[in-house]
Unconditional design. Sequence first.
Length: 220
Amino acid sequence: MIHFFHVSKVYEKGNRALHEVNVSIGKGEFVFLTGPSGAGKTTFLKLIFREELPSYGRVVANNQNTIALGKRQIPDFRKKIGVVFQDFKLLENRTVFENIVFILNVLGYPASFLRDRAFYVLKLVGLQHRYDDYPRQLSGGEQQRIAIARALVNEPLILLADEPTGNLDPDLSLEIMALFEKINSRGTTVLIATHDRDMIRRMRKRTLYLDHGHLQEHRK
């Protein structure tokens, strides 16, 4: 499902984010990615959905070599990868429904399909009653759930989350993690980058540790 083969990422001025990373994440796994600030976690995620390319080595996601993808192939590749950000990135002037179907609308799906998909993913995250509300009317936890629903609207095979509970209190964080487990139980591969060591210990999942670009691993 996700494979890194001798992957290194070097930015300008020789700043090395990843160094000789080799790892495989199988279909349907739930994996945490952790490490100190600047360890390379966000770079690791960006390489998977092809926002970044490796300086050396090869990244394969959904059986596709990210380096070999042409510009026209990238949108189709990303359709099967959902991404959830710490700051939600919801459009403030659009309703929950409009936020969720924004990409589908751009792709030209019919209105009936948009309604059905939006209701389905909202029901999955328990917020179907917020269909017509705006982000400013939602709590932080609700906004994060909407962000997750938006990431699921294309039925991705892989769900990536970058510090998805960083702005939430402990109780809400537990609710969001329970939601990720529910999504994973349906067959979606889930990879979550987080600083929250207590959450990692509580969840007892496979964990990848990055430190100055070097990868270590601990199984649950």
